[in-house]
Design a protein around this ligand. Structure first.
Ligand SMILES: Nc1nc2c(ncn2[C@@H]2O[C@H](COP(=O)(O)OP(=O)(O)OP(=O)(O)O)[C@@H](O)[C@H]2O)c(=O)[nH]1
Ligand SMILES: [Mg+2]
Length: 441
């Protein structure tokens, strides 16, 4: 089945400057030649101008290029036809290709072929998808590092460490006169723990989530301090209703803001106070839940009024949380003294003063996000599995068990690492990974 020639739209559907139809497989050149006649014989990696003609009808004016195997995305012969954007031309060219014998490509099938033909390892194939779906610069950079082989390189070095441990153990088993089993076991234990530490340090789930999905920042404070006004100012649009009536906001209102390549989800919440009506009480409960789940809490106070009990309670409740104290309404006469607070940001939602500082302080909570060696869930799970096997090997050595037993754990660790790059994979795993791709990639 993998010998079929496949075709799909490689660009996003809908209107656009150009639409690219991609064809891959042994018949790619023949199919392209049926629809498009270059002035001279096809030369690989060269763009040709011409017209796509099928059954006497000109379907589009286009540019076409042929990449002969193995110097192509899939390592098969690949043809790309650059058509005018919009769906009609691309669809009619695809229909012609299907009638001439190409098969519609499945999700991720081009990249899957690149993997099966050995052009990229699994972690690089996954990086292609991560790069396509990256929303912010931070996530895109992590994907690019992976695409350039960051993950493969990290895994290769861990595999080399493991193989060194395994050969040390083998030496002790084979040449007991050269190295005692006690020495071998203690070397093995130390080496296995070191490598387990390294693998665990390479996984930063929180950072990976923040780079990929964004940082949760929750605005909270008592009614009327200006939480909704701040949300609107940060979002640069009127998201939340602002009035001088305390208790205006009840539901959580969200706005996404891109700060230095990091997506930040700001949530504006109901003012925290007792004795509100039934609706507002639900809002206050939701606010408390949002605070508990936040990556950073923005505790907002009205700098032109003295602290009241609710303000003090909020300071107390959030003192151990990742928190930024925000003294708002600084355009009015300040009653609160910034020196009394722990590194506060002084702002005015009304004039915009201090907002840039606030953004920087928020973005600092995403510092380093997505910069660990591993950033994909699947890779982190396997690295942790490998680390667990290494710790089991170390524990076996520490208990004075036979080195052969530790060797089995080390081999398991090696197998887990092999699944990251795809040296040790089964078809089911490959299917699961590529099904998450989009068609045309
Ligand atoms: N002068 C001045 N007024 C502000 C500032 N921020 C908010 N206000 C005013 O304060 C009042 C309350 O603002 P909101 O943004 O609705 O306050 P809130 O904290 O969301 O209030 P609740 O939703 O009731 O909890 C409004 O009249 C705003 O115009 C500011 O920085 N300076
Ligand atoms: Mg509000």
């Amino acid at each position: 089945m993998d010998q079929d020639t496949i075709a799909a739209l490689a660009t996003a559907p809908g209107e656009g400057g150009i639409a690219i139809v991609r064809v891959s497989g042994t018949d790619a050149e023949a199919l392209l030649s049926r629809l498009f006649a270059p002035a001279r014989a096809w030369e690989s990696h060269r763009m040709y101008y011409g017209h796509i003609v099928y059954e006497g009808e000109t379907l589009d004016e286009c540019m076409a290029v042929l990449f002969r195997a193995p110097r192509s995305y899939t390592r098969e012969d690949v043809a790309e036809i650059h058509l005018h954007g919009g769906s009609w031309a691309a669809q009619s060219v695809l229909n012609a290709l299907y009638r001439l014998g190409a098969r519609p490509a499945g999700p991720g099938e081009f990249t899957r072929r690149a993997f099966l033909n050995g052009r990229v390892d699994l972690s690089r194939a996954e990086a292609v998808m991560a790069l396509i779906s990256a929303e912010g610069g931070r996530a895109a950079r992590a994907a690019l590092r992976q695409l350039e082989g960051g993950v493969s390189g990290f895994v290769r070095s861990a595999q080399a460490d493991l193989i060194a441990l395994l050969s040390g153990a083998a030496a002790a088993i084979d040449y007991p006169e050269e190295i005692t089993l006690e020495e071998a076991a203690s070397d093995l234990e130390a080496g296995a723990r070191r490598l387990a530490d390294k693998l665990e340090a390479a996984c930063d789930e929180r950072g990976a989530r923040i780079a990929d999905q964004g940082l949760e920042a929750v605005l909270c404070g008592r009614p009327n301090v200006g939480k909704s006004s701040l949300l609107n100012a940060l979002a640069r649009q009127e998201r939340a209703i602002v009035t001088d009536i305390p208790g205006t906001t009840r539901d959580i209102i969200r706005a996404d803001v891109m700060i230095e390549g990091l997506r930040v989800h700001f949530a504006d919440t109901a003012g925290l106070r007792e004795g509100a009506d039934a609706i507002e009480r639900i809002g206050v409960d939701r606010a408390r839940q949002a605070i508990a789940g936040a990556d950073v809490v923005l505790a907002v106070f009205n700098a032109s009024l003295p602290l009241d009990n609710e303000d003090r309670q909020l300071l107390e409740d959030t003192k151990d949380a990742p928190r930024i104290v925000v003294l708002n309404q600084c355009d009015k006469e300040m009653v609160l003294n910034p020196a009394d607070f722990d590194d506060p940001v002084v702002v005015s939602a009304q004039t915009g003063a201090g907002l840039r500082d606030l953004e920087k302080r928020v973005a600092a909570y995403g510092a380093g996000a997505g910069e660990s060696a591993l950033t994909q869930q699947r890779h982190m799970i396997l690295a942790r599995e490998a680390a667990a096997s290494l710790r089991a090997a170390a524990d076996a050595c520490a208990r004075g068990e036979a080195v052969d037993l530790a060797v089995i754990d080390l081999q398991e660790a090696l197998a887990s690492l092999g699944r990251i790059t795809g040296e040790q994979v089964d078809d089911k795993m490959i299917d699961e990974i590529f099904e998450r791709f989009c068609v045309g990639k």
